[in-house]
Design a protein. Structure first.
Length: 105
């Protein structure tokens, strides 16, 4: 990741499965406590994530979204209040770290 974005992430190695798992478990706990209303994740990750977060599936609602592409695709969402300069920095960092990862038709 670019230097401007690293402070947003835990000190675990960038992109490691452990750091991704820690962030996902934190998100589930935040969702449960009402810090936000929803988040998107692949259906195949739900059971493992809830187990790691020690949460019951009955405590959450699952809504399938038929218009989301299948596969391991991730999207970054932000409010309209996010400055265009920050969005460009994020986009540039993704391109620098991963190359062009845009889905091909």
């Amino acid at each position: 990741m670019g230097p401007d974005l690293k402070p947003c992430w835990p000190d675990t190695p960038t992109g490691s499965s452990k750091s991704r798992r820690i962030r996902s478990v934190r998100l589930v706990k935040m969702l449960k406590t009402g810090r936000f209303d929803f988040f998107l994740l692949p259906p195949e990750e739900i059971d493992v994530l809830l187990q790691e977060a020690q949460m019951a599936p009955e405590d959450f609602s699952l809504r399938a979204m038929s218009d989301i592409a299948q596969g391991n695709v991730r999207h970054i969402m932000h409010s309209k209040a996010v400055d265009e300069t920050l969005i460009r920095k994020i986009d540039d960092t993704i391109l620098t770290e991963n190359g062009d990862i845009a889905p091909k038709p």
